[in-house]
Design a protein around this ligand. Sequence first.
Ligand code: DO4
Ligand code: MG
Length: 280
Amino acid sequence: MKLGQVNWSGRVTAAIFEDGLARVIPYYTLQELIRRSEVQNEELTALAGRLASKHAQPFEPVLPIHPSEVWACGCTYETSASFRDAEHGTREGFYAYVYREPRPESFFKGTARVCVGPGQGIGIRPDSKFTAPEPELAVVLGAAGKLLGYTLANDVSAWDIEKENPLYLPQSKVYNACCALGPYIVTPDELTDPYKLDMTCTITRGGETIFSGAVNTSKLHRKIETLVEYIFRANSIPSGSVLCTGTGIIVTEKDALAPGDVVTISVPEIGTLSNTAQLV
Ligand code: DO4
Ligand code: MG
């Protein structure tokens, strides 16, 4: 099942997406639907199917969930770790260490406040000269880290700020419109193997493609369950949160985002997430 949200009757409303149309689930956001499924112990897909309108209509997907929290993991693909080590002036092997060691890198990416949906603007900090998209597979988590579904994330990052000093990582990662999510959340009964997804990313400027990259999630160096287990250690993350699993597509400084650039991330099983970069 593909779940998400639409604007219906002036409110953000949960919906099931089928064949290019949407069936709204009146009076529920996706967060509220998840909470209800947990309170009454009913599978999310069963509850959604039961409450959805029978009438399918054309709707544009908006932010698929207003997440309680967004967490992210890093250096989960070899390309991300080796690029960062090569870029970094001070400590050789700093990123290779977390790629190799059992404990993954994880960080707090923000809340719904910093999230944008399909078609909305992604942020470039005015104090960054090298902001890059990080296309990532993301998971939506329920109570106690139950995996409710998969979506796409853009962990937009001010890499020059991270490169200046690793202690600046939170400033490179967390700011207005730093996280795009969408277009849909695909439930695990429909997406049974998250480790064989072809992901592509393009950046277009003035209609011309200036960057294109691809990765298969088979290159993800960690199991998603392991990443979830680590972020939940001594850390009671609320239901309806999102975990981004790291980037395997690297955009270098020559293709640093400029205002007006369009970033498009696609995975056929999930959909296409497109956002235009803007100064925030
Ligand atoms: O180590 C810095 C962040 C890494 C990251 O966000 C990624 O690999 O996706
Ligand atoms: Mg990332």
